[in-house]
Structure formats: structure tokens, C-alpha cells
Ligand binder design. Structure first.
Ligand code: ATP
Ligand code: MG
Length: 426
């Protein structure tokens, strides 16, 4: 087949009808669980001020350096297609004065995000994320609660083999000392690092830990670990989070090299991975605490914690682990029509049936009764309505009970009553 003239842009895709039930199931699950935990939904614009992300995500991060889609409006504003959800939500929290609401403010979101990445399995340029944020609380219990909510969402969707990887990267008191020691270590190994990491080690040495290059990972085996540098408060915070996870019996492991790619994190960082053998540890969700973000964006100091999950990766896990999906509804009634007058009367009758709560099938493109009945029997409906020329003239209609093959003629105003009776019969 010849290549079509127009295709989706690189790294972007249609969500075709047969995949929609997966997205619906994920959406309904997030809505249900976040509502139990008192989260409210928020939508922020797809486009934001470019500098919102430079300030928050960080200048020397992959997202800002390489992955942002940016554009200049006719009015010369520099905007970016949102690469992530936390900075826009904090922008909204500050802009709308949410700080004067009872704290913490709990928010959830679901929608498309954009990153100019090299497309590969589980990595797209337009993808969807669901996310949760708990803003205005510094207690370690909300770190554990963020992990719990994300973990429960993934479990309730039907994914079974999950593990939480967790680490603490400290705060502005203890992190600088760690950073200095890490930098010293990296400087000694400089020649064994990839060219990206040689740059990163000067501007953002923690990001070297996140490098996916095998050679860099080998160099890092003996690198200093952030947990060994935590101040008393950060140590206590991590211990508390882990104790909450123990109580919840959520499986976790401490991952000393987990730092996450964004600048705004403080203390807790975590990821949730699939442990299914074939999925090779695909990361489904990530998150952490971000106590400095509000201040960086010009607001007051506000402690916060949150997480986001990649929907396409969840869908792919759902398929590969054969998660059971609900059957789509099939009609119990089929409407057929014969002749031009009957066809004209069809749409109002169907509309009345819809308002009365019936699932009704039809085949308006086919005018022969045989073809229409053929489709009805393929669908396995319990009743067929037949509107012929004569019935259309007399405001009557035929109803055939497909289980007994009995056929009755009823007045059109009694269709609902008669159908209810037939559908009740076994
Ligand atoms: P990675 O290390 O895989 O690049 P990340 O740290 O950039 O991930 P986050 O910013 O934490 O990812 O985003 C949260 C989740 O969104 C990820 O765990 C992943 O499931 C999903 N995600 C991130 N980038 C993409 C992408 N380009 N395509 C599809 N899903 C993505
Ligand atoms: Mg990334």
C-alpha cells in the first residue's frame, strides 16, 4: 500500500476507538481513588510561559535543554507546550490565591504532555499523564500518601507486579555538601563519562546519576550516595516515609542513584516500576516532594508533594499483562424500517427509545428487511422493531420477540411499555 500523504507527526499518535476503553478505565480509576482521598480535578492550559519551565524544571535539565516544544505568538510571547504538570499547577495555586484555602490543597489532572524526545518504545513526543499533587503540607505522611494513591491507582487498574523505588536527595541544607563531594568524585572519573555527563557534572552533577548510558552507570557504582549526607531533619523525614510504607505493606526498595530529572525536588523522590519479567523494569510513574517550587515561582514558601504516571506505558502494561476489560454494551433491541415513509419516522422513534434508556441498534444504510434482520441476529438482540409502510401510516409498529419468535402489532405510543415487558421475560 502506498504511504498516505499525511501522517501523524513523529512521536505522536491517534488514540483509536479500540484503545479508548483503556483510557476510559484509567480515567475512571483515577477519578474514583482521588475523590476518596479528597483530591479535586484541575485542568491547566496546554501552553504556558516558556520561562515557567526554565525556572521550575531547571535550566540544565533534559526537559529544558532538549525536550521542549516552544513557539512565539504573533504578539511575541514565548510559550511552551507543557512538558509536565507540576509547575503549571503550582503557577495556578499561586495565581489563584489557593494559599488562603484550608491546606493542604489536593489536586489531580489527566491530559496530554509534550516532549521533543527520540521516539522509541514507551517514549513519545505527545503522551498523556495522570497526576496528583498535595500542596501545603510538610509532614512525611503526605509523601507516603502520594505513593499510596499512585500505587493504588495502578493496582486498581489491574497491574499486579509493581515496586516502589525511593530515595531522599536532601534539602538546601544538606544537599550542597553532597553535591560538592559528588562533583569531586565525578571530576576524578571525568574521562570515563559520556560527553553529556561531562557537561552535566559542572552544571547539575546530580543529573549524572540519572544518565542512561551504560558506561556512566559503571563509573557511578562507587559514587557517594545522597542518603549518607542527609541532615537530621531529612533523615527523620525519610525514616517516617518508609515506616508508613511498611505499615501499608507496599513493596519498596531504597535506590541510592534515584534523583529524577527535574530541579524542583527536595527530600523524597520515588518511581513505581513494573516488575513483570518481560517489561524490563519500565517506569510507570514518578514523583516526589518539592518544597522549594512555590518560592522559585515567586510565591510564599509552600511544602508540597506529588506524582505523575505515563498513560501510554500503563495501557501497554495493561495489554501485555492481559488486564480484563469490561465488555462494551451491546444493544438489546434492533430497529428496522421498510419504505420511505417508515424511514422518515425512524429517527424520532429511536430518539424516544434512547431517552427511555434502551440500547438500540439500527442499519439505516440498508433498506431490505432481510439485510437488517441479518444484522439484528448477529448482534443477538432480544427484540426487533419493524416499521413498515402500513404501520407508519397508522402510527403502529411490529415487535418481534426474538426468543419466542412471536410478533405483535402495538401502537407506537406503547413501544416503551411493550419492550420493557419483553426484555423482562427470560
Ligand atoms: P524517563 O526517565 O523515562 O525519561 P521522566 O523522569 O522523564 O522519565 P517523568 O517526568 O517523571 O518522566 O514523567 C512521569 C511519567 O510519565 C514517567 O514515569 C513515564 O511513565 C511517563 N513519560 C515520561 N516521558 C514520556 C514520554 N516521552 N512518552 C511517554 N511517557 C512518558
Ligand atoms: Mg524523560
Amino acid at each position: 500500500m502506498a504511504k498516505p500523504k499525511f501522517q501523524t507527526p513523529t512521536g505522536m499518535h491517534d488514540i483509536l476507538p479500540h484503545n479508548q476503553p483503556y483510557y476510559d478505565k484509567i480515567y475512571e480509576t483515577v477519578k474514583k481513588i482521588s475523590s476518596f482521598y479528597d483530591f479535586e480535578k484541575i485542568d491547566t492550559p496546554i501552553l504556558e510561559d516558556f520561562n515557567l519551565f526554565v525556572r521550575s524544571v531547571g535550566e540544565n535539565t533534559d526537559i529544558v535543554e532538549k525536550e521542549m516544544f516552544t513557539l512565539k505568538t504573533k504578539g511575541k510571547d514565548l510559550l511552551a507546550l507543557r512538558p509536565e504538570g507540576t509547575a503549571p499547577i503550582m503557577r495556578s495555586y499561586i495565581e489563584n490565591g489557593f494559599v488562603s484555602l484550608p491546606q493542604p490543597v489536593r489536586l489531580w489532572y489527566f491530559g496530554p504532555f509534550f516532549r521533543y524526545e527520540k521516539p522509541q518504545a514507551g517514549r513519545f513526543r505527545q503522551f498523556n499523564q495522570l497526576g496528583i499533587e498535595i500542596i501545603g503540607e510538610k509532614d512525611a505522611i503526605v509523601d507516603a500518601q502520594s505513593i499510596l494513591v499512585m500505587y493504588s491507582i495502578l493496582q486498581e487498574i489491574g497491574l499486579k507486579d509493581l515496586v516502589v523505588k525511593i530515595n531522599s536527595i536532601g534539602d538546601e541544607k544538606c544537599r550542597p555538601i553532597y553535591r560538592k563531594d559528588l562533583m569531586k568524585y565525578l571530576r576524578e572519573k571525568k574521562n570515563s563519562l559520556c560527553s553529556d555527563c561531562q557537561k552535566r557534572m559542572k552544571t547539575n552533577p546530580l543529573r549524572v546519576l540519572d544518565c542512561k548510558n551504560e558506561k556512566c552507570q559503571q563509573v557511578l557504582v562507587e559514587a557517594p550516595q545522597s542518603v549518607d549526607y542527609l541532615c537530621e531533619e531529612c533523615k527523620k523525614h525519610l525514616k517516617d516515609v518508609l515506616e508508613y510504607l511498611d505499615e501499608l505493606k507496599i513493596p519498596y526498595c531504597l535506590e541510592s542513584k534515584l534523583v529524577r530529572g527535574l530541579d524542583y525536588y527536595t527530600r523524597t523522590v520515588f518511581e513505581i516500576e513494573s516488575t513483570r519479567e518481560e517489561s524490563c523494569g519500565v517506569v510507570l510513574a514518578g514523583g516526589g516532594r518539592y518544597d522549594n517550587l512555590a518560592k522559585v515561582l515567586g510565591g510564599e514558601e509552600v511544602s508540597a508533594c506529588g506524582a505523575a504516571a505515563g498513560i501510554e506505558r500503563i495501557v501497554s502494561e495493561m495489554k501485555e499483562s492481559k488486564v480484563k476489560m469490561p465488555f462494551s454494551s451491546v444493544p438489546e433491541v434492533f430497529f428496522t424500517q421498510i419504505g420511505p415513509l417508515a424511514k422518515k419516522k425512524s429517527l424520532p422513534i429511536l430518539e424516544e427509545l434512547r431517552k427511555s434508556g434502551f440500547e438500540v441498534g439500527e442499519s439505516f444504510g440498508k433498506d431490505g428487511l432481510k439485510a437488517q434482520l441479518g444484522k439484528a441476529s448477529r448482534l443477538g438482540v432480544k427484540a426487533v422493531l419493524i416499521l413498515g409502510q402500513k404501520e407508519a401510516l397508522n402510527d403502529m409498529i411490529l415487535i418481534r420477540n426474538m426468543q419466542t419468535s412471536k410478533q405483535v402489532e402495538v401502537s407506537q405510543k406503547d413501544i416503551v411499555k411493550e419492550l420493557k415487558q419483553i426484555l423482562k421475560e427470560k
